[in-house]
Design a protein around this ligand. Structure first.
Ligand SMILES: [Zn+2]
Length: 620
């Protein structure tokens, strides 16, 4: 994997490029740019795709044509390479003309993989070289973002500027290959809008999209998702009464409820293997099949399991020996299937002796960490132990998968100032051999705390972790919040500073199940900083419906915190506080009606309970 900075740092001198590329120089007065479209003029360029273009390459051509037209009013024709090479062409993918124009004695697509691309000017032509899978489409989005100024901030908020022309430097030779093979910001908007996910150059393994949007190369098959499949593979309901010995022994007793499996029992291995095989046979094309612990502790302490775990100095000992054995059997029939398992909570520490089979991928989870700052920079003890664990896993596989957490799951809307951790963590994962990165956020509803910003930033950094933060923040705030940007930025910086200073103490981490009582936003901060910022922000955009919606929904976060702090104290509250609570409840409920898909907590019972309380408060 390699990366060349997107901002034309890798630019060859024009003459050298032309010579090396074997391209003819254009005659004319201004050779410095390729003018792909000029407002008010006839289309000079033609988009050329391979005759056997993939669905995503055909879609790439349509996206380029449509956004170019929206930007400049010029509609570029699309043809295939069955036609003669047009006088001026934008060649997508690898057409029959591409290699000769690129003139390097090798395929122009070499080294790009499935997702990378190369923008290469061969005046008067522009090559957008990429694989049929996704690379070509992503190359087109690079052209549109960088040279046409298009931005896709959320599924409902894009910026497509009106321009006089779209011009690409006639010297460009830019190669980009993403830092991670799998890039998945698991947030609501991406999950439910595959066209938006494609524009962010990410994939969603849990709701795979059509081929034209890039499909999904990281799908989990056979109903065996990336987490917690033991109950599916050997159900206590079916087996426990006759075979309690299949299930975990905890404090001397076999558990029926909230149990794990007894992983050293040969019958358990036989049944699970047979069920895994059956599920793969029913859905053989997927990349992964998950064989993993249930979502609680209660690992088996029977003498046989305990002996293995003692020897391996980790409960991952029994787990990996078991999963390796399943994977060995699977490989005989499905040599390409990969068995994924969790390195999560009690299995996060790698076993001392056993090594992963080559067809086993561990999904290492950061659930215990402090997210106020990047993992290596936090004084919180769990962060140090996570770092020790990733060190143990990273040498055992070339496909390390990380499940990282980027929101507060108890209270999605609550301020969760983790943006200063995101980039550092993504760099940390890249530097530790992670190839598949799953960034779980508020996946059940929109407008969690800075949800749209976090989704956008994650996608940018999963592509290139080196992109500097400030220009990205400037870009998003201006594009998404419009005139409210400076005020929301003040609030954003303020709450992050408050959090960072609080979490310098090792006993005050930012955790993903924090309750409102743990929020770093003190009453003083809310009254003296936050209220003022949001009042000015709302005022600034009151005449612009698009940004006004974004600002109202972003302000949900602070209002949520205020109300949820007030609610438990209402019995002894002053009349003024009671009136404030009522007004907050009404305003929050109105916004929930307007946005439709707001979810307050991952836990549905908590979501419902909060809603019920708000409705009671707001009632006349
Ligand atoms: Zn056991």
């Amino acid at each position: 994997m390699f990366w060349y900075n997107g901002d034309m740092k890798r630019v060859m001198p024009f003459a050298l490029c032309a010579l090396a590329a074997g391209c003819a120089l254009v005659s004319g007065t201004d050779n410095s740019t390729l003018k792909l479209a000029v407002r008010g003029k006839q289309a000079a360029y033609t988009i050329v795709i391979p005759e056997a273009a993939s669905p995503s390459q055909k879609y790439a051509a349509e996206e380029l044509r449509d956004f170019t037209e929206q930007t400049t009013g010029v509609k570029l024709p699309i043809v295939t390479d069955a036609e003669p090479l047009p006088k001026k062409a934008i060649l997508l993918g690898v057409t029959k003309y591409t290699d000769e124009l690129a003139g390097r004695g090798k395929s122009a697509a070499e080294g790009l993989g499935t997702d990378g691309f190369r923008l290469l000017a061969c005046p008067p032509h522009l090559l957008v070289v990429g694989a049929p899978d996704r690379g070509t489409l992503y190359g087109v989005y690079e052209v549109l973002e960088r040279f046409a100024g298009c931005r896709w901030y959320s599924s409902w908020h894009s910026v497509v500027p009106k321009r006089e022309s779209i011009e690409v430097p006639a010297t460009i030779d830019d190669v980009q290959v993403p830092a991670f093979a799998m890039r998945e910001p698991y947030w609501f908007d991406v999950k439910h809008h595959p066209e938006f996910a494609a524009r962010l150059r990410v994939q969603v393994s849990r709701s795979p999209s059509e081929e034209k949007y890039g499909g999904c190369a990281f799908r989990f098959g056979g109903g065996l998702s990336s987490c917690h499949t033991f109950e599916k593979l050997l159900s206590p309901g079916k087996y426990f009464d006759e075979h309690p010995e299949y299930f975990s022994m905890v404090k001397g007793e076999r558990l029926k409820k909230r149990s794990q499996l007894c992983l050293t029992n040969p019958d358990v291995l036989r049944i699970v293997t047979s069920n895994v095989l059956e599920r793969i046979r029913s859905d053989p094309g997927a990349k992964f099949y998950g064989v993993s612990q249930n979502d609680w502790y209660n690992y088996c302490e029977c003498p046989s399991c305990k002996a293995v775990d003692d020897e391996e100095e980790s409960h991952a000992g029994t787990m990996i020996r078991f999963v390796n054995a399943v994977a060995e059997a699977v490989e005989k029939e499905f040599p390409n299937a990969i068995i994924e398992t969790l390195a999560y909570q009690y299995t996060r520490k790698p076993p001392k002796k056993t090594r992963l089979r080559h067809n086993v991928v561990p999904c290492l989870c950061t659930i215990e960490c402090d997210f106020s700052r990047p993992i290596p920079e936090s004084p919180y003890g769990q962060n140090a132990s996570f770092m020790a664990d990733i060190n143990g896993w990273k040498t055992q596989t070339d496909q390390l998968y990380v499940w990282d957490y980027t929101t507060d799951f108890s209270h999605y809307p609550m301020p969760f100032p983790n943006v200063y951790a995101l980039q550092g963590n993504i760099k940390f994962f890249r530097d530790n051999n992670v190839k598949e990165l799953f960034e779980q956020g508020a996946y059940q509803g929109r407008h969690a705390d800075f949800a749209e910003l976090k989704t956008w930033l994650l996608s940018k950094w999963m592509w290139n972790p080196e992109l500097p933060m400030k220009p990205l923040l400037d870009d998003f705030f201006e594009g998404y919040y419009g005139k409210a940007a400076p005020y929301i930025r003040d609030y954003f910086e303020g709450i992050h500073m408050v959090q960072l200073s609080r979490s310098t103490s090792p006993d005050k981490p930012l955790l993903i199940f924090d309750d409102v009582s743990k929020s770093a936003a003190s009453q003083t901060f809310l009254t003296h900083v936050a209220d003022d910022c949001w009042r000015k922000a709302l005022e600034a955009v009151k005449d612009d419906p698009a940004t006004s919606y974004n600002v109202r929904m972003a302000a949900f976060s602070v209002d949520y915190l205020k109300l949820e702090r007030l609610r438990p104290k209402l019995a002894e509250a002053s009349d003024e506080e009671k009136a404030e609570a009522k007004s907050l409840a009404k305003s929050l409920l109105e916004r929930m009606d307007e946005a439709k898909d707001i979810r307050l907590s991952e836990n549905l019972k908590r979501h419902d309970a909060i809603l019920k309380a708000w409705r009671a408060l707001a009632a006349p």
